[in-house]
Design a protein around this ligand. Sequence first.
Ligand code: GLN
Length: 454
Amino acid sequence: AHLDRIAAVEPAVHAFLHVNGEDALATARDVDARRAAGEDLHVLAGVPIAVKDIVVTRGMPTTAGSRILEGWVPPYDATITTRLREAGLPILGKTNMDEFAMGSSTEHSAYGNTHNPWDLDRIPGGSGGGSAAAVAAYEAPLAIGTDTGGSIRQPGAVTGTVGVKPTYGGVSRYGLIALASSLDQAGPVTRTVLDSALLHELIGGHDPRDSTSIPEPLPALVDAARRGATGDLSGVRVGVVTELGGEGYQAGVRARFEESLELLRGAGAEIVEVSCPHFTYALGAYYLILPSEASSNLAKFDGMRFGLRVEPTEGPVTAERVMGATRGAGFGDEVKRRIILGTYALSAGYYDAYYGSAQKVRTLIQRDFAAAFERADVLVSPTAPTTAFRLGEKLDDPLAMYLNDVATIPANLAGVPGMSVPNGLSDDGLPVGLQILAPAKADDRLYRVGAALE
Ligand code: GLN
């Protein structure tokens, strides 16, 4: 049914870069047979899933939305992919994304943009617009995204889906094509909070192949979602962050946010106001740290080891000139912009002024969170300042594009978990998201509060 749905809506939505039809059907049939034979399978066995094209999948193309990886078929599986396969989830295919996950609209994909199923002239968010659109358009019931600065949560907000960025280290990064290693986390994209909890428990937990993986077990996420679904939040302190809201946020987004505070109060939660004064500097720090790490991570695309190789049309064919020609042809404008920014920020003489300062701001943001979580069990804000904007609207203005991430970035800088849950429609008839944040390793709180609002 999902493959039929994909065939019907893909010409309009373009959420997928690769559809894995035959293999997905084979997995589904195998699961049916094993279940019929009485085997005790995972609760999600047989439930199809779409995977963002930044997660490596053996035998299936993986491009990260870039020309430089066109035609590359990974020889191994990411830990996430292994866990999905072992639990018997048919992988429907790979979803579209901004090139190397840089962007907030999926318009930086080298393979064409994805359309928001709510309004095809609008962006589905980014960088994981393909995963969010696939779930919103009923092409897949579940998807995997990655979130370095908001790429699971912001697409969730603008497509009316649930998206979760786990605690840093909660889900293995082994086999994710790295954007910024100290910020990247993979997580679930679904239509309900309980579905996210089930998927998060499946893909999360310790992995010896990721040196930053948290050794202790995950908190009980499915239990927390079921508890939240009773609608009782008595005793829960919810902090409203002064710095995340107000100016620059669309009126309809603010109105839905105020209403959600009423719903939380009605469920018995206590609402407190908290201030995180350094959040104002989060965007600036992020756009130094991310390009710095990205410029280093992307150095491996040298025209020798993976995908594309372009030789210079004239002159000698040296390693350096092949690398220049390949990277010139294989990377898009946004990727080049960030490589140049990052290389500059890391260069001798500028390192302390830029990268060093940004790391200090990062520490101050972590302290803001620590102080806020003394007074509140979870924090809430709008996920994104606006609803889905029109395709093309911000494409020529990188700063306007970056501003979309103001509310989501602090969580990545501090490593704390965040969720976006659907929060009604704005005055323009488009979905709005509510962001919930919790302390590191307390992802269960997101599920309890998120499920209570459904
Ligand atoms: N919009 C952010 C950026 O462009 C988000 C990136 C992400 O989470 N992958 O960096």
